[in-house]
Design a binder for this molecule. Structure first.
Ligand SMILES: [Zn+2]
Length: 139
């Protein structure tokens, strides 16, 4: 049973002076089966949102759950601020569904059953599918 009453809070993932700069990236995944304690010590959420070694932007958004199950979503404002309201809704849907306990693979499998065919672009395909199928736009 999914607990839909828990609170989810959004923060600026690029804010190195704020919560993103004080939150260890690995700690976002403490409740995930992929969590490995003590990896990448000192690497923060803000670091993860900084451009990668090739100057590319990384994620538009990422979710973490703390030890008591409260959820935080870090977003990249410069991405979201260029999105339509429809695409922003799709992004929020994507992160909220993670918060409800479903990881990308499970969401993609559910979408596959409705005709969704992944093109190997990763997690962003989920946001694309919600945006296209629910709202008729990718922008
Ligand atoms: Zn995802």
């Amino acid at each position: 049973m999914v607990d839909t009453a828990k609170k989810l809070t959004f923060y600026d993932g690029t804010d190195s002076e704020g919560l993103a700069g004080r939150t260890d990236w690995n700690e976002l995944f403490r409740n995930s089966p992929n969590f490995v304690s003590g990896t990448m010590s000192g690497y923060t959420v803000a670091d993860a949102f900084a451009r990668d070694g090739r100057g590319r932007r990384t994620a538009a958004a990422m979710l973490g759950l703390n030890q008591v199950g409260l959820g935080v979503v870090f977003v990249r404002p410069s991405n979201v601020n260029t999105y339509s309201a429809a695409r922003t809704a799709a992004l929020v849907m994507h992160e909220v569904i993670h918060f409800m306990g479903f990881e990308d693979g499970v969401i993609q499998q559910a979408l596959n059953e409705t005709g969704f065919s992944p093109n190997r672009r990763g997690s962003i395909e989920i946001t694309d599918a919600f945006s296209r199928e629910c709202f008729g736009t990718l922008k």
